[in-house]
Design a protein. Structure first.
Length: 162
């Protein structure tokens, strides 16, 4: 009885995954808001300003992809296999990612998102304090080292299984 109750408690995470899908809707709204704001100004803004807008859009896309990956993989790993009527529509990576590969993908995505933020800082470096740039570089390097460490641990654990 206790084991069934504990097993059933995994369903409490479902509203969290649903909340992530709402977050994806909010990101989509923000994406198109950015485009709507830049369109009237397209002939007035500088190339650097346009690059900053495009980097913001890339950032939103990366976060959106991260959300989808976490939602789908987490749902399939912790709740239930997704039932998709047409298997041709099923994404090729669905059902193949375990918790370790999700962590590696998330950490890689965080590094990519951090890279975009760092690039944005460099584009507007004349407006940013040097200590903030240095702090962001250190934070980015921390993300990179963490991602490499997790990938290395995952690789070592797979070697031990074989």
């Amino acid at each position: 009885m206790i084991s069934k109750l504990i097993y059933a408690s995994r369903l409490f995470i479902f509203p969290i995954y649903f909340g992530l899908s709402v977050s994806l809707i909010l990101l989509t709204v923000k994406f198109f808001q950015e485009i709507a704001c830049v369109l009237p100004e397209i002939f007035v803004i500088t190339e650097s300003e346009l690059v900053l807008v495009i980097l913001s859009l890339i950032d939103i896309v990366l976060v959106g992809g991260l959300l989808v990956m976490v939602m789908f993989s987490g749902y399939e790993n912790f709740i239930s296999r997704m039932r998709i009527k047409n298997d041709k529509e099923r994404l090729s990576w669905m059902g193949t990612m375990d918790v370790n590969s999700i962590k590696n993908k998330v950490s890689s995505s965080i590094v990519a998102i951090s890279s975009v933020h760092l690039l944005r800082l460099f584009v507007e470096a004349d407006k940013v304090f040097d200590d903030k740039i240095l702090l962001c570089i250190l934070l980015h390097l921390t993300f990179v080292i963490s991602a490499l460490g997790m990938a290395y641990i995952d690789k070592m654990s797979k070697k031990l299984k074989n």
